[in-house]
Design a protein around this ligand. Sequence first.
Ligand code: HCB
Length: 224
Amino acid sequence: MANDLLSAMRQSIIDGAPETASTLAQQALTNGLAPIDAINNGYVPGMHEVGEHFARGQMFLPDMMASAEAMRAAMAVIDPELRKLGTERPMAGVVVLGTTKGDIHEIGKILVGTLLTAHGFQVHDLGVDVAGERFAAKVREVKADIVGVSALLTTTMRNQKGVLEALEKAGLRSQVKVMVGGAPVTKRWADEIGADGYAPNAISAVALAQELMKDKLQDVTVQL
Ligand code: HCB
C-alpha cells in the first residue's frame, strides 16, 4: 500500500500533475507516512527521473516546469508538517541560504531550508540567482553562523567559489562556515574551492550544519 502510494507520488511528478501531487501528499500524511519519507522516497525519485528524461531529449523544458510545479504543490502540503518540529527546539544556529548567481533551481534549496528550520535553525533564504555580495551582506546583517549555497548547473557551480571569495573580501570568511550542495556538486569540488562541507541531500545538510556548529564553537574556544 505504502509502495503504491510512493509510486503514485513519483508518477505525479513525472506527469507534472500538481493537483494529484497535492492530493497524494494529503493522503500520505493521513496514512501516517513520515513527511520526509514522502519527499525523499516519493517525489524526489520522480524529479530525478524527469532530469534523466530531459537529458535524453525525451522531455522538454515545459515538461520540466510542470514537474517543478507538481513538486511545489506537494511541498506546500508537507512543508508545514516538517516545520512544526522546529518551534519545539532550542535555536541551533543562524543560516543564510541561497541558489547561486545565474541559477534559478530552488526546490532542493527550499527543502534544505525547511529541514534546517525543523531542526531549530533560523533560516534566511535569499532565493535564487544570488550574487556573492548579497550572501556576504546578509551574513553581516543577521550574524550568520553558516552559509548554504546551492547550484544545479555545471555552469553555475563555479559561482559557489564566488560566494567564498565575496565572504573573504568582506572580511567575513573566518566568522562563517560554508556548505555547498546541488546535483552536480561533489565533496571533491567542495574541498577544491575551500568550502567547509558538502551535503548530497537535505537530511545530510542538517547533520552537516550541526557538525559545523560544533566546529564553530570549538573555533571560538580556541580563540579565547
Ligand atoms: Co533544470 N536542469 N534547467 N530546471 N532541472 C537539471 C538540474 C539538469 C541536471 C537536467 C538534465 O539535463 N539532466 C540540467 C543541468 C545539467 C548540468 O548543468 N549538469 C538542467 C538544465 C540544463 C536546465 C536549463 C539550462 C534548461 C534550459 O533552459 N535549456 C534551465 C536552467 C535555468 C537556470 O537555472 N538558469 C533549467 C530550468 C529548470 C526549471 C525552471 C524547469 C526547473 C526548476 C524549477 C525550480 O526549481 N523552481 C528545473 C528542474 C526541476 C530540474 C530537475 C529536473 C530537478 C531539480 C530538482 O528540483 N531536484 C533537474 C534534474 C536533476 O537534478 N536530477 C534538472 C530535486 C531536489 C530535491 O534535488 O539536487 O536540487 P536537488 O537538491 C538536493 C541536494 O542537491 C541538496 O539537498 C537537496 C534536497 O535533498 N542540496 C544542498 C541542494 N542545495 C544544497 C545546498 C546546501 O548547502 C546543501 C545541500
